[in-house]
Design a protein around this ligand. Structure first.
Ligand code: ADP
Length: 164
């Protein structure tokens, strides 16, 4: 079985992430969306790990061949534990490249048997990021085109604003 791990903070999951997963399921038998727990990264997520997991599960419930799981610790250890041979990452603009290149190199050094594969999203999601979505939502902007309904509601709840 060809299995890929798609790791990220998913704070929150956006249509860009979903687009990538929908592409990946055509290539792999199974895609494990690995949601990093807060204490793993130096970021302080807006949503708790439970919220990020549940929003990702809801957003991907109609996509066949996907599993959403939390992870902490080293990504390559998690990838090995689920017997994935590929780490999937998204590349948007050139600005993503340097960090992703470093990460892929480091992961290859740590786990030479695991390949990193990059996919690019549909054009309309090329500039979309979770951080922009959080910022727009915090200022009362409409994030309808960027996230699904459950995420919209969760953002509105966090920022105590209504959703039309
Ligand atoms: P991280 O904190 O690891 O960057 P993110 O949740 O922000 O986690 O992103 C996870 C992965 O999804 C990264 O590889 C990122 O480049 C990719 N990604 C994020 N947004 C998009 C998008 N709009 N289109 C394609 N890939 C994306």
């Amino acid at each position: 079985m060809r299995r890929a791990v798609y790791p990220g903070t998913f704070d929150p999951i956006t249509k860009g992430h979903i687009d990538l997963v929908e592409r990946a399921v055509h290539i792999f038998d199974q895609v494990v969306v690995a949601v990093v727990s807060a204490d793993n990264s130096n970021k302080k997520p807006l949503f708790t790990i439970e919220e990020r997991l549940s929003l990702a599960k809801l957003a991907l419930e109609n996509v066949e061949g996907v599993e959403v799981q939390p992870f902490e610790g080293l990504l390559i250890d998690f990838a090995r534990s689920v017997e994935a041979s590929v780490i999937l990452r998204g590349l948007r603009a050139v600005s993503d490249f340097e960090y992703e290149f470093q990460l892929a190199g480091m992961n290859r050094h740590l786990a030479p048997e695991i390949e990193t594969l990059f996919l690019t999203p549909a054009e309309q999601y090329g500039y979309l990021s979770s951080s922009l979505v959080r910022e727009i939502a915090s200022l009362g902007g409409d994030v309808d085109s960027f996230v699904d309904k459950n995420v919209q509601l969760a953002l509105a709840d966090k920022f105590q604003r209504g959703v039309q």
